[in-house]
Design a protein around this ligand. Structure first.
Ligand code: GDP
Ligand code: MG
Length: 165
């Protein structure tokens, strides 16, 4: 296996923040696929001796909250095609949104492992809000609360992810 992790989710949930944390000081490689727009970023990371590539699929809509079915399909199809493990990121501060549910519906098509990552769980109170995301019915038994900003929870998540490598 080539150990590829893809991060998908609606704009502003924190995908790029997690990407940067996983890649650390290593330089991200921008893949200018469309020729006009920065489409996705690839970076390299390591966890407990496991080397991996991480793809931030969300570059296309940078700065916009307004995304549509084509963009959701584009992100998810890229992840389903290229990744070994998919991180589906949601935002506990914002709560469950219709766009999250649209992502969940497209992600149901894959038989690759999908982890629901509840980002912005910066405090205990916010961590407890992750329960509502179980309603999406995707990602198995466990939702992983993390704070991409502080890094809390990311170790527990990576411990599970690297089991697929
Ligand atoms: P993306 O659009 O999904 O790539 O999201 P970004 O990584 O650009 O983050 C969107 C916003 O959420 C930025 O203002 C980040 O600083 C903020 N953010 C990202 N991770 C966290 C987190 O763990 N906690 C909090 N409180 N804010 C976060
Ligand atoms: Mg981004």
């Amino acid at each position: 296996s080539s150990n590829i992790i893809a991060i998908v989710g609606r704009p502003n949930v924190g995908k790029s923040t997690l990407f940067n944390r996983l890649v650390g000081e290593r330089k991200a490689i921008m893949d200018n696929v469309s020729g006009v727009t920065r489409d996705r970023s690839y970076g390299h990371g390591e966890w407990c001796g496991n080397f991996f590539t991480v793809i931030d699929t969300g570059g296309y809509v940078h700065g916009s909250e307004d995304i549509f079915e084509t963009e959701i399909n584009r992100q998810v199809e890229l992840a389903m095609k290229e990744a070994d493990v998919i991180l589906f990121m949601v935002d506990v501060d914002a709560g469950l949104t219709g766009l999250d549910e649209e992502f969940a519906n497209v992600l149901r098509r894959t038989d690759k492992p999908v982890y629901v990552v509840a980002n912005k769980a910066d405090t205990n109170a916010r961590m407890h809000q992750m329960g509502e995301f179980y309603a999406m019915g995707i990602g198995g038994e466990e939702i992983f609360p993390i704070s991409s900003q502080s890094g809390s929870g990311t170790g527990e998540l990576l411990d599970e992810v690297v089991k697929h490598f």
